[in-house]
Structures are given as structure tokens and as C-alpha cells.
Design a protein around this ligand. Structure first.
Ligand code: SIN
Length: 510
């Protein structure tokens, strides 16, 4: 990394706010931390846009927990390990499967209403699970969880929420994180948020690909700023693609939840064949990496860029009641789930690796914690089991925050001496051409199937952009996002080049 900070600043010259705990991000991990700490510590939560723009808000399928009568945490453990290609950290997996029930009870206590049948929580199936264990709220599970947590957190006396704050960089003094440099997008001013503990909960990076299910906020800022601050990262080459994004030219691609296949829908090629039956014992519910690779092969064979999801054999009342959001959305685009096969194709969905943390969310930088998609706890190994992401965000955010309450790092005093200078004069360009080219480059060369020629080409393009931007500074979030996207993509490519074997979501053909 060339330099830690994207812009020049002098801490003594900019407005400064001080908290005990600074939380960056308003998805499941950030809101859980805010809720737990909000009465105990002076807590500030910053969101890049609005709470309704987080990846959590858009999550459809659900949250996994082995709570069914015929289920066990051992079985959830085995499925997580198998889908993760046995590269998962066994201790971390044990933690999420064993703490899942308590975490779900916590959500229900806060008021989360999951679907029930005869009074019992209704459990769905998804790819890679040997049992039905996915709790859901129709097909809007994420928005129900986020609004429940947000509402409960808003009652906390010592919590301040600032929306529309773009975090430019983490501030470090020596080996310690002391907060973040933040752009207030409402007032267009740069300010410092100093804190004894800083928790990153910034979510994912799907927007570095031009086909993604992730909201436009997911540009990988959290990964990039943490890399610049010098924290240890891991497994960045493992990126999960989701098989069933609606085939329509839009950003983000609309996700069609895997739980539809859990309720019996099939994947079909253009001739109508159910190709997954001969590929994997779980057929349409094989792990996502297996399904995506089979789709790529079929699309290549058939010289097409999409296949079909077929739910026409499922009762219309079930489709409507179980998937109201998806049913309505597709109708608006002229497709009827009951009557039509829906065109779909894979899209970038989830960063499996990230900022390395221990089982208490601690990163390699003192005072900096990470939870949710930006973190790599080791749970997902080389590939994430469906619906383990909301669970991981919830379980590890609870653990990290409870630990912070017990062991708050030394407070900052607001007189920290920190100056960055030496960049070129400030520019107001937004780098939108690079953003578009980068997203296409990543989809074409760093996607589901990779080879060294494509990866080296992508690396050379990234180096060219980096050289062109060296030492320059910008005054706006759009440009900072593109700088983050370049930094993160460069690191992903290096890791993908270094891993010459195929494993989990990283598949090399050369
Ligand atoms: C889905 O609903 O298919 C997405 C769930 C997940 O990413 O785990």
C-alpha cells in the first residue's frame, strides 16, 4: 500500500468528536453492537448512506440456526465445514453453531417476527444444508432484522446515529487505532471521530464487479481502509457468487432467493433439462460454488449468458405467501413465477475473506474490531454456507461488543497529534470511467472461473490505474470509493494469483 491516508489533514484543524465506541456500518453487525453498547458507553454509529441501504436490509433468505427437532449444532457444524472445503477455523465454526440458538432468542426478544407454522418457527432449506434450518420472515428477512435492531437501538440513551457519513480512513497512532477520518456528506466537511474502540461493520464489496446482488453502497471501503492502516487480511481470493440473480440489465442485480429452490424450484438449461441432477447429490441445492460452475459450463455449451429458474410446479398460494417480494418484483418486469421460467445468471454476492479477527472480533491493530462481512473470523473457510452470514454478523458482534464492555481500551483525549501532508492539490473528479472499466475487468477476469492469463491482465490494468492516481487526492466520496475499489481489487487479484490450486469458491483452470 502506498500511503495510509487518501487525503491530507491536520487533526488539530478539523472538527473532532469523541466517543467510547465508534461503530462504522449499520447492517446486522453494526446495529447489534449499537444496541448492546448504547446504554453503557458513549457510542456513535456512522452509516455511509441510510440504514435501509445496507446489505442486511436486502437479505432475503434468512438466518441459519440448528433449532429444528431433528437438527443439531453438530450437523450445522459438519455442513459449514464441508461447504467451506474444510478450510474453516473449527473453533470459529463451533462458536457460531453453538451460539446460534441464543442469538436467535436475542433477536426474538428485540421483537423480530420470523415466520411460524402451527406456532413453531418455520424452517427453510438452502444449498449445502442437510436439514431445513433457515429462519425467515417471508423473503424480507434482512429488513425485518435490521428494522427490529434499529428500533431497539434508537431507544439507547448514549447512542448517536449519524447517517450519510463516508469514512475516508481509519486513524492510527503508533500501533493503535484511535478512530476515523469522516466526510459528512450532508455538510460536505471532513471531521475526525475519535474513540477508545472502533468497530468496523462496513459490509461487503460486490460493487467491484459489474454483475452483483450487492447494494450500490458495497464498494469495499472497509477492506481498503483497513489494508491501508496495515491490518492483517486473509482469504480475499474467496468470493462467493450467487447462482440466481434476475437476468436483467440493472445494478444491483435483483436476487432471487435460494430458498425458492429450498421450496422445490429447479434450475433448467434452455432445452429445459435439469442439469444439476447429474452434477451433485444435492442437485439444485448443491453449494453455491458448485452450482455456479455448472451454470458457467452450461451457458458456455449453449452459447448463452443465462439459464432459467422454474417454480411453475409450486402452488401459487405458496409462492405468493412465501415469496411476496420476489413475486411482486418479477411481475413488475413481466414475469409470473407460477407461469414463467425466470431467466437468471450468477452474480457476485459475498466476500468470504476479509479483515482477520479472533473469536472476540479483535483485529491485528489494537483498538480496532471487525464484525460481519468485512471480517474474516474463519467461519466460512473457502466458501460460505447459505444463511450463515447474518448469523455470523450477529454472533460475533455480540461477542465482540460484550468483550469491549468488559475491557474498554484506553480512552482518547482529543489532543492527538496527527498530520498527513504531501498529496497533490485537491481535485474534484469522480473517476467514473475507471469505476465502470474496473467492474467489467473484475467480472471478466476474476470471476467464477479464473486463469493466470486473465489474472495477470487484471493486475496490469490495476497497476496502470494505481500509477495514474499515485499521490493525487480528491474531495468527494465517489472518487474515494473508486480508489478503495482499486486498492481492494489489486489485493484480491494478488491473492488469487498466489493460490494456484482450486478450492471452494476459488476455481483456477490455468
Ligand atoms: C438467499 O436468499 O439466497 C441469500 C442468502 C445468503 O446469501 O445466505
Amino acid at each position: 500500500m502506498d500511503r495510509q491516508y487518501l487525503i491530507d489533514f491536520d487533526l488539530k484543524q478539523i472538527p473532532t468528536r469523541i466517543s467510547d465506541l465508534l461503530i462504522i456500518g449499520g447492517g446486522i453487525a453494526g446495529l447489534t453492537a449499537a444496541l448492546i453498547a448504547g446504554d453503557e458507553l458513549e457510542t456513535t454509529i456512522l452509516t455511509k448512506g441510510k440504514i435501509k441501504q445496507s446489505s442486511t436490509w436486502f437479505a432475503q433468505g434468512g438466518i441459519a440456526a440448528a433449532i429444528g427437532d431433528d437438527d443439531s449444532s453438530e450437523s450445522h457444524f459438519e455442513d459449514t465445514m464441508e461447504v467451506g472445503a474444510n478450510l474453516s477455523d473449527r473453533e470459529a465454526v463451533k462458536v457460531i453453531v453453538e451460539e446460534a440458538k441464543e442469538a436467535i432468542e436475542f433477536l426474538i426478544e428485540q421483537g423480530a417476527n420470523f415466520d411460524r407454522e402451527n406456532g413453531k418457527l418455520r424452517l427453510a432449506r438452502e444449498g449445502g444444508h442437510s436439514k431445513a434450518r433457515v429462519l425467515h420472515a417471508g423473503d424480507g428477512t434482512g429488513s425485518v432484522i435490521a428494522s427490529t435492531l434499529g428500533k431497539a437501538a434508537s431507544k439507547k440513551k448514549r447512542l448517536t446515529l449519524h447517517q450519510d457519513r463516508f469514512v475516508i480512513d481509519l486513524l492510527t497512532l503508533g500501533d493503535k487505532c484511535v478512530g476515523a477520518l469522516v466526510f459528512d456528506s450532508e455538510k460536505s466537511v471532513v471531521e475526525a471521530h475519535l474513540a477508545a474502540a472502533t468497530m468496523l461493520a462496513t459490509g461487503g464489496m460486490g460493487q467491484i464487479f459489474d454483475l452483483t446482488t450487492n447494494p450500490i453502497m458495497a464498494t469495499g471501503d472497509g477492506f481498503a481502509m483497513t489494508m491501508r492502516a496495515g491490518a492483517r487480511m486473509e482469504n480475499l481470493e474467496f468470493i462467493q457468487f450467487h447462482p440466481t440473480s434476475f437476468y436483467f440489465d440493472q445494478n444491483p442485480r435483483f436476487l432471487i432467493s435460494e430458498t425458492i429452490r429450498g421450496e422445490g424450484a429447479y434450475l433448467r438449461d434452455k432445452r429445459g433439462d435439469r442439469f444439476m441432477v447429474s452434477v451433485h447429490r444435492l442437485a439444485d441445492l448443491a453449494p453455491r460454488d458448485v452450482v455456479c460452475r455448472a451454470m458457467v459450463e452450461v451457458m458456455k455449451r449453449d452459447d448463452t449468458d443465462h439459464i432459467f429458474l422454474d417454480a411453475t410446479h409450486i402452488e401459487v398460494s405458496k409462492l405468493r405467501s412465501r415469496f411476496p417480494g420476489i413475486y411482486k418484483y418479477l411481475k413488475e418486469y413481466g414475469y409470473d413465477l407460477k407461469k414463467d421460467r425466470i431467466p437468471i445468471s450468477p452474480a457476485a454476492h459475498y466476500m468470504i475473506g476479509g479483515v482477520k479477527t479472533d473469536l472476540l472480533g479483535r483485529t491485528s491493530i489494537e483498538g480496532l474490531f471487525a464484525c460481519g462481512e468485512v471480517a474474516s473470523t474463519g467461519v466460512h473457510g473457502a466458501n460460505r454456507l447459505a444463511s450463515n452470514s447474518l448469523l455470523e454478523g450477529l454472533v460475533f458482534s455480540r461477542r465482540a461488543t460484550l468483550n469491549i464492555l468488559d475491557n474498554l481500551p484506553a480512552k482518547v483525549n482529543g489532543k492527538e497529534d496527527l498530520i498527513e501532508k504531501g498529496h497533490s492539490p485537491v481535485e474534484s473528479g469522480q473517476l467514473e470511467n475507471i469505476r465502470a472499466d474496473l467492474r467489467k475487468l473484475m467480472t471478466s477476469n476474476v470471476g467464477i472461473v479464473r486463469d493466470s492469463e486473465g489474472l495477470f491482465f487484471a493486475e496490469s490494468e490495476i497497476s496502470r490505474w494505481k500509477d495514474g492516481l499515485y499521490g493525487r487526492q480528491f474531495d468527494n466520496p465517489a472518487a474515494w470509493e473508486v480508489q478503495n475499489m482499486i486498492d481492494l481489487s489489486g489485493e484480491i487479484i494478488l491473492k488469487a494469483l498466489a493460490r494456484t490450486e482450486s478450492v471452494g469458491a476459488h476455481y483456477r483452470v490455468g
